[in-house]
Write a protein of this length. Structure first.
Ligand code: GUN
Ligand code: ZN
Length: 432
């Protein structure tokens, strides 16, 4: 049954009802003068052209937005909560950056009070950037995941997170054990998975920081809890690949290290996946895995150029990740821009439609949340972002001159900065 309408927002609307890879530009519904009608409990009742819906919802109060595009909230498919203070720390590739900046920043999350304070900061930063859902790495401390889940629950956000598993090749204060990591993950799943809008992801950091035993236990958790996700890094940096070969001799390619331990399935979300071999592409797509494309961090750390075109050809589910702190911005609009530039560096193309799809419905599908969020179809949860397409004169001109939804979405991604993002709404309520 449809909820009764409570409020309507009148603005330009853009959302995806399918994948532009399959349906082309028809995948996107764009209403220059649109109406988004929201019902009880923050559920979408209907979205469409204001002209055709105005009479039907005549008694419903309307909030009229000027120069505003409403989009489903951005989905950040890969981000690290305890790396807020490792952001914009330059010098060195992934492995150097982890040791020099990231591990010290994460060590501070052993303190539950500090973790609670940072959870507030982190979630506010997500919302200020129009990100209403994220797949999040906590630190290896259970209390960091508790703090993040507790605060996200209060804000009623749809968020998936997990405590990092790592039991080697990291400072001792950050290491758990195969046994304690699995036990704490199980406790966190029981407490938070399905609480409100929260979900859990079993989160081994990456192959180099887990023993074979720990990865096995992560696979056992996946089998035990059939709707939790698996979230990890894969094939991001060439030195990382060498390290994996050294640590898991005779095991074949990087993906096979995860395959052998039951970590490669349709619930797996792999961040980066830059340096995959041909057979890894075949296997990872055949297993129905999702990928998080993290271009901000791939440029910042100099990791490489993700082959988005190939992943799309293989019809994989792909989201965009900020990968903060490896990425130097929380802003998914900036990730779109860098995704475009990555494609150009490879000699490929990326349309406005493809970028916005990955940032909204595609990201939601990567996280297996597309039956709840990602567009404005009736019954979806009304998490959305209001974007000011006249935020600065140059953007206003470019928007005006753009003839098609494709041109408008492309321009907004290329010329947007934080001032463009006005507000985020969670279940129809203003959230920042
Ligand atoms: N690989 C292992 N840990 C990390 C991390 O924290 N950030 C990134 N970008 N890659 C990783
Ligand atoms: Zn990462």
């Amino acid at each position: 049954m449809r909820p009764s309408p409570v409020i309507a927002h009148r603005a330009s609307l853009a959302h995806f009802v399918s994948d532009p890879e399959i349906c082309g530009e028809k995948a996107c519904e764009f209403f220059e003068d649109g109406l988004l009608v929201i019902g009880e409990s923050g559920i979408v009742v209907e979205a469409g052209a204001a002209e055709s819906l105005r009479e039907k919802y005549a008694g419903v109060p309307v909030v009229a937005h000027k120069n505003t595009l409403l989009s489903p909230g951005f989905v950040d498919a890969h981000i690290h909560f305890p790396q807020v203070d490792a952001i914009a720390c330059g010098g060195g590739d992934l492995l150097e950056w982890l040791n020099r900046h990231t591990f010290p920043a994460e060590a501070a999350f052993a303190d539950a009070d500090y973790a609670a304070e940072m959870a507030e900061f982190f979630l506010a930063e997500l919302l200020a950037n129009g990100t209403t859902t994220a797949l999040v790495f906590a630190s290896s401390h259970k209390c960091s995941a508790d703090a993040l889940f507790a605060r996200a629950r209060e804000k009623n956000m749809r968020l998936i997170a997990g405590k990092v598993l790592m039991d080697r090749n990291a400072p001792p204060e950050l290491c758990d054990t195969a046994e304690s990591g699995a036990r704490e993950s199980r406790e966190l799943i029981r407490q938070w998975h399905g609480a409100g809008r929260l979900g859990y992801a079993v989160t081994p950091r990456f192959a180099p920081t887990s023993t074979s035993e720990q990865l096995h236990k992560a696979g056992e958790l996946l089998a035990e809890f059939p709707d939790v996700l698996l979230h990890t890094h894969l094939s991001e940096n060439r030195r990382e690949l060498d390290f994996v070969r050294e640590l898991f001799p005779g095991e074949g390619d990087y993906l096979s290290v995860y395959e052998r331990r039951g970590l490669v399935c349709e619930r797996s979300v792999f961040a980066h996946a830059i340096h995959l071999g041909g057979d890894e592409w075949r296997r990872i797509s055949a297993r129905g895995c999702a990928l998080a494309h993290c271009p901000l961090s791939n440029f910042f750390l100099g990791s490489g150029l993700f082959d988005f075109a190939r992943a799309r050809e293989l019809r994989m589910r792909i989201g965009l990740g900020s990968d903060v702190g490896g990425g130097n911005s929380f802003c998914i609009l900036r990730a779109m821009e860098e995704a475009y530039k990555t494609a150009r560096m490879r000699g490929d193309n990326l349309t406005g439609m493809q970028m916005w799809h990955a940032a909204t419905l595609g990201g939601a599908a990567a996280l297996r949340l597309d039956s709840h969020i990602g567009n404005f179809l009736p019954g979806k949860e009304a998490d959305f972002v209001a974007l000011d397409f006249a935020a600065h004169p140059l953007l206003a001109r470019r928007w005006q001159q753009s003839q098609t939804p494709e041109e408008k979405l492309f321009a907004l991604a290329m010329l947007s900065e934080r001032p463009t993002i006005k507000n985020a709404y969670i279940l129809g309520e203003l959230a920042n």
